[in-house]
Design a protein around this ligand. Structure first.
Ligand code: NAD
Ligand code: UD1
Length: 339
């Protein structure tokens, strides 16, 4: 298939491009580089030995996107492009609604115009809100605590409605749990700007000495050891989930959890990281983070039954590959003031 990948130089997009190319598909990336860099393209090409067509372009710009759709004949679209910082979305809601919703609508309309039948969307487990785990696709979605989460729930509705009205437009909504890790080469991975919001990038930066200590947000939840429990999924497993979703997308709207089905606590993850990599990760226990759930993990059986996809890599692989990527990066320790 010839696949348009929006946000293809970003964290999950770049790993998915590697998997697509290795599965024999061709790839056209559109990314405005608002949260990624051109270097990633070279890394994708060096891992795969394949050339990638790249447009530095904003997906919300309908005119230029129309030209790209006219120039290429796409069999499918995987839409990763979007903003994803939960805290920022609370302070700058219109930035999130504009980018995340408009990009989805523009792309869906162009698919209809150019007869592109397959659309795979990056959703998030956040759409389950405060449902009890394991999260099952058939659950009623509950409000999320932030505009970012709302853009995911709204995008799911928008795409579902467009698909219902257009029987040749098939949609796969992929609800990611907690993507972590990096390609085993260490050439691509997750490199957030500024202070990481998410656990694994924070852990790797503490291990590297970039930050002094991890703050563990709460040890009084009703979980195995009191710290928060999440379903961490290796980014290469996630990438392979997209290929399975695209290849099985034949009609209507499909919704799949992409997770392992297993929960791991913050303290368990820190311990696994220290053991596998033989590096210390000092931490303090601090207050709970507002808006956090105690526990969130997937029922991963639907993706297994319908797509034949399961996550193959475990928490040790995730910790090893995340560290391999971070330890190769040139990012240095910060001074006392910068931390
Ligand atoms: P990322 O920021 O690394 O990648 C997103 C890419 O999209 C970036 O390269 C950015 O430059 C690009 N982009 C943003 N807006 C654009 C626009 N208007 N036009 C063109 N390019 C644009 O993020 P990621 O972690 O790879 O996430 C990919 C998708 O998966 C996002 O939609 C995110 O919300 C979703 N998601 C991520 C996670 C996670 O934990 N990383 C979890 C659930 C869902
Ligand atoms: C967060 C977002 C969620 C988003 C997801 C994407 C919030 C409230 N939720 O989810 O909307 O879809 O990222 O991956 O931001 N933790 C620490 N110390 C840290 C960082 C995290 O103890 O410095 C803990 C958290 O309390 C949580 C776990 O680690 O228990 C995982 O946190 P994180 O990586 O931020 O992911 P989520 O909270 O699941």
């Amino acid at each position: 298939m010839n696949v348009l990948v929006t946000g293809g130089t970003g964290y999950i997009g770049s790993h998915t491009c590697v998997s697509l190319l290795q599965a024999g598909h061709s790839v056209v990336i559109v990314d405005n580089l608002s949260n990624s860099s051109r270097e990633t393209l070279e890394q994708i090409e060096s891992i795969t030995g394949e050339e990638v067509m790249f447009y530095e372009n904003d997906v919300t710009d309908e005119k230029t996107m129309d030209e790209i759709f006219t120039h290429h004949s796409f069999d499918g679209v995987i839409h990763f492009a979007g903003f994803k910082a939960v805290g920022e979305s609370v302070n700058l809601p219109s930035k999130y609604y504009r980018n995340n919703l408009l990009s989805t609508i523009v792309l869906a309309d162009l698919c209809l115009k150019h007869n592109v039948e397959k659309f795979v969307f990056s959703s998030s487990a956040t759409v389950y809100g405060e449902n009890a785990s394991p999260m099952v696709e058939s659950m009623e979605l509950l409000p999320t605590t932030n505009p970012y989460g709302e853009t995911k729930a709204m995008s799911e509705r928008i795409l579902s409605d467009i698909s219902k009205a257009n029987p040749n437009f098939h949609v796969s909504l992929l609800r990611y749990f907690n993507p972590v890790g990096a390609h085993e080469s260490g050439l691509i991975g997750e490199s957030p700007n500024g202070i990481p919001n998410n656990l694994m990038p924070y852990v790797t930066q503490v291990a590297k000495g970039i930050r002094e200590k991890l703050s563990v947000f709460g040890d009084d939840y009703d979980t195995v050891d009191g710290s928060g429990v999440r379903d961490y999924v290796h980014v290469m497993d996630l990438a392979e989930g997209h290929i399975a979703a695209l290849e099985h997308l034949e009609e209507g709207v499909r919704v799949y959890n992409l997770g392992t089905g297993k929960g791991t606590s913050v303290l368990e993850l820190v311990e696994a990281f220290e053991q596998v990599n033989q590096v210390p990760v000092p931490y303090d226990i601090v207050q709970r983070r507002p808006g956090d759930l105690a526990t969130c993990f997937a029922d991963a059986s639907k993706a297994e039954n319908e797509l034949g996809w399961t996550a193959k890599r475990g928490i040790q692989d995730m910790c090893r590959d995340a560290w391999n990527y971070q330890s190769r990066s040139s990012q240095e320790a910060l001074s006392e003031n910068e931390r």
